[in-house]
Design a protein around this ligand. Structure first.
Ligand SMILES: Cc1cc2nc3c(=O)[nH]c(=O)nc-3n(C[C@H](O)[C@H](O)[C@H](O)COP(=O)(O)O)c2cc1C
Length: 366
């Protein structure tokens, strides 16, 4: 086992354990991976302001999110096909989130089903990430299954009507391993995925057949009308889209560029966050994901107005490193790093993290 004291160590461990197919799928971004790199690098363009002589003997990381109290403002973003990292996949990650008292988001294209995850982590706050399918009746059934299984929000992903071109997947001819399945879909659809033998990424073929590229804001209004759960819109990068999402019924927005996997060359998410908060932060909670690898990154995002941040790859690295224990370790590391960073900035509560904690550095420190 590698000595692991930070997320980068978990990543190194995962790189040594995963096969080329899974590693390419998990780690790659779109095209030249400019945005993938910038999501991480952009955090270095912001600087924290240490404050002294504040009583920091108690530091409280709890946060209230859509009426649920969480123990830390760092949650688990939806990432597909987690059983490629570990046989227990999403069930292990959800249990890790449950133990840490934070939010777990399950992908539509998971390798553990909605019901399996609910049974594995009954007390976790669970959100269901939705890709709207061309077959709206099947889409509604999936939402209803999430409702019945105790999920407490629907996360509608709006940045992936076409899938970005991830070169590693194209080179590897990425396929989901044959012993795994898209657990939320019927046999018929599983066969569609497994049967895809073309050169390009298998997941691209799957998406292009089933997911609906004609989605518009009318579909958000429709979705809000067919579920009693709050709908969060994930993948918003501009104030205009954020405002429209809220106008059309979203209960929150998640600033995200899909971890640099969709439009290469778009802004880093931490740079997109401030304008979105300015546009809609007074109307709904604003969340973000992308490039968060340290507690200091999370603190910077909170200072820019995020209610909570989410991490994708760090949990995949944890899962590959040591299953449920590794996923929990990823969250524990981020928790203790955030606690330390808050304390050294003289802040003892998440609600007290404001823009006073941060400044933008003119110089690039890449
Ligand atoms: C391997 C992988 C699979 C993903 N699958 C999904 C998905 O099924 N649905 C979705 O909305 N986002 C998906 N995402 C995007 C994540 O939810 C999140 O936006 C991104 O990982 C955040 O960036 P980070 O990995 O730098 O933390 C995926 C990301 C990765 C890396």
């Amino acid at each position: 086992m590698y000595p692991v004291v930070c997320i980068d160590d978990l990543e190194r461990s995962a790189l040594a354990r995963l096969d080329q197919n899974a590693l390419g799928y998990y780690s790659s971004g779109a095209d030249g991976e400019q945005t993938l790199r910038d999501n991480i690098a952009a955090f270095q363009r912001y600087r924290l302001r240490p404050r002294c002589m504040v009583d920091i003997s108690t530091i409280d990381l709890t946060q209230t999110v859509l009426g649920h109290q969480v123990n830390m403002p760092i949650g688990v973003a939806p990432t597909a096909m987690q059983r490629m990292a570990h046989p227990e996949g999403e069930c292990a990650t959800a249990r890790a989130a449950e133990q840490m008292g934070t939010i777990f988001t399950l992908s539509t294209i998971s390798t553990s089903s909605i019901e399996q995850v609910a049974a594995a982590a009954p007390r976790a706050t669970k959100w269901f990430q939705l890709y709207v399918l061309k077959d709206r009746a099947m889409t509604v059934r999936m939402v209803q299954r999430a409702e019945r299984a105790g999920f407490s929000a629907i996360v509608l992903t709006v940045d992936a009507q076409l899938f970005g071109r991830r070169l590693a997947d194209a080179r590897n001819g990425f396929q989901m391993p044959p012993h795994l399945s898209m657990a939320n879909f019927t046999e018929e659809l599983k066969n569609t995925v497994k049967g895809s033998g073309e050169q390009a990424s298998g997941i691209n073929n799957f998406v292009q057949t089933l997911f609906d590229p004609s989605l518009t804001w009318d579909d958000l209004s429709w979705l809000c009308g067919v579920t009693r759960l709050p709908v969060l819109v994930k993948g918003v990068m501009t104030p205009e889209d954020a405002a429209t999402a809220v106008d059309r019924g979203a209960s929150g927005v998640i600033v995200s560029n899909h971890g640099g996997r969709q439009l290469d060359g778009c802004l880093a998410t931490v740079d997109a966050l401030g304008p979105v908060v300015a546009a809609v932060g007074h109307r709904c909670p604003v969340f973000m994901d992308g490039g968060v690898r340290r507690g200091t990154d999370a603190l910077k995002a909170l200072a820019l107005g995020a209610c909570m941040v989410f991490v994708g790859r760090p949990l995949l690295w944890g899962l590959a490193h040591d299953g449920e224990r590794g996923a929990r370790l990823a969250l524990q590391l981020l928790h203790s790093e955030l606690r330390l960073a808050m304390g050294l900035c003289g802040v003892t509560k998440v609600a007290d993290v404001t823009e006073k904690v941060i400044e933008k550095s003119e110089r690039s420190h890449l």
